[in-house]
Design a protein around this ligand. Structure first.
Ligand code: CA
Length: 490
């Protein structure tokens, strides 16, 4: 009797093994975890890409990526400032919850970085180009190739050889490709035959003055975005050639707004809103567009979700994976933003919904003209020369003192130029967002230090001050916010 059962069982087991093998052979891609390439540009506004409506900039490969995958029209970083934005993405946490809310502050070792989770799950992981998140993050990668000498002045020189390296490992791979483009100083004007003509190919944003110096400045900025675009085209070609394209997710975004006054470090859309393109063949329908509100703290849990990995408990964001197949769906109700020290003393907080933007400024005595690279740029000098004839948006970067509170009505004022904080028509909406911001600060342990890091440079001349290198108290430090895993309002 026992013998008969065994005889019966063995063939059934063999049939099952055979079935598995056939299934694997038919669907090799589905059985392999997807490769993920995360490309993060430096200092680029969402609307300086063709696929987001810029009619002059030449970004054919980025536009093709959007056409082949998904474009997200309401994606926001948590800070319009390089390292705080990047550390936020890397940890899935708000800047004051990373312990690294100010520019150039390294991430503490105790936090979890999402590429490290991918690495532990068997991925080969590498960072190429700009590495601005601190030495503790080294452990998240098998390979870190940082700096200009090894990556070229745009940061893309190792992209193609890295694909061969990844393929040779035989593992699924994750790449954090961080360009130096389009950060100042400009370095790509003479690299390509096709560049941007300052007179014909430029859309001067309403925050700047339309003159020849500004157009030249913007043309150089466009040329750097063009360099990323060129390298993206080459990268996609090599992925095809290597047979990797069908199982490789491509993500493109940037860390903060364009390095011009009125954009970088600002909490309006022109500072925090960024491009987000995701290409995933077989999973995302070509031409997908989503207008759901997404925060950059949602990137880590989403990319981990793509690899079927649970995010660390410290992650404050949520996976927006469902939007990839149902882009018409809603996601967040609230986007929170921070402006902390970046060359200059600052403490601003913002909350944005689909309809409104509320900003609280604890240092209204200062102007808000951007960091030193923006406020000493040729465009800034043109703006300062335009004395007495500036529009509201042009004046905004130089205005001092400023309002302690600002409130903008998105549909009626998409450029966020008219502060409606004293308009009685919006009293209820203002009160609601003011309270929502306070709730977020309380729940996530945001604190407002009396002694913030001071200005390191003169606000007009850009000259270093005697207090350079002095650091104050970090926002969130008094509440030990780095240990606080509350997610805040969603
Ligand atoms: Ca940046």
């Amino acid at each position: 009797m026992i013998h008969a059962t065994l005889v019966l069982r063995i063939p059934l087991f063999l049939v099952f093994v055979l079935f598995l093998q056939i299934t694997r052979a038919q669907q090799p891609a589905a059985m392999q975890p997807p490769n993920i390439i995360f490309i993060i540009g430096d200092d680029i506004n969402w609307d300086d890409l063709g696929c987001y409506g810029n009619k002059h900039i030449k970004t054919p490969n980025l536009d093709q990526l959007a056409a082949d995958g998904a474009r997200f029209d309401h994606f926001f970083v948590t800070a319009s400032s390089c390292s705080p934005s990047r550390t936020s993405i890397l940890t899935g946490r708000y800047p004051h919850n990373t312990g690294a809310a100010e520019l150039h502050t390294p991430l503490p070792a105790e936090l979890s970085y999402f590429p490290e989770q991918l690495r532990k799950a068997g991925y080969y992981t590498a960072l190429l180009g700009k590495w601005h998140e601190g030495p503790a993050t080294r452990r998240a990668y098998d390979s870190v190739i940082a700096g200009v000498p090894r990556n070229g002045s745009g940061g893309e020189a190792q992209w193609l050889s890295m694909i061969s390296t990844c393929k040779a490992t035989g593992k699924p791979f994750f790449l954090w490709l961080a360009t130096f483009d389009a950060h100042r100083e400009w370095s790509s004007d003479t690299e390509f035959d096709v560049t941007h003509d300052p007179q014909k190919d430029i859309e001067v944003p309403p925050t700047l003055v339309d003159d020849s110096a500004t157009r030249r400045d913007l043309a150089s900025y466009y040329n750097e975005i063009g360099r990323i675009d060129t390298h993206l085209g080459r990268l996609r070609k090599i992925l095809e050639q290597e047979g990797l394209a069908q199982n490789t997710i491509l993500v493109f975004t940037a860390d903060n707004g364009r390095p011009f006054p009125g954009s970088k470090t600002r909490l309006q859309d022109r500072g925090l809103k960024e491009p987000l393109l995701i290409y995933w063949p077989g999973r995302i329908r070509p031409g997908t567009v989503s207008s759901a509100l997404i925060s950059s703290i949602d990137i880590a849990p989403t990319l981990l979700d793509m690899a079927a990995i649970k995010p660390a408990p410290s992650v404050q964001g949520r996976s927006f994976l469902p939007l990839l197949s149902h882009p018409e769906g809603a996601f967040r109700n609230y986007i929170f933003g921070e402006h902390n020290w970046h060359d200059y003393e600052a403490y601003e907080r913002s909350v944005r919904t689909n309809d409104f933007l509320y900003i609280y400024n604890a240092r209204p005595q200062f102007d808000n003209g951007g960091p030193i690279d923006a406020n000493q740029s040729p465009s800034a000098h043109s703006l300062k020369r335009q004395a007495g004839q500036r529009t509201v948006l042009q004046q905004d970067a130089l205005q001092q003192p400023r309002s302690r509170e600002e409130f903008f009505v998105i549909a009626a004022d998409p450029l966020q130029a008219r502060n409606e904080i004293h308009n009685p028509q919006y009293r209820e909406q203002i009160r609601a967002l003011r309270n929502k911001l306070k709730q977020w600060q309380q729940e996530t342990g945001d604190t407002q230090p009396l002694h913030l890091t001071p200005d390191w440079y003169h606000r007009t001349t850009g000259e270093p001050l005697s207090q350079k290198n002095i650091r104050g108290e970090m926002p969130g430090a008094a509440a030990n916010a780095v240990k606080n895993n509350n997610k805040g309002p969603f």
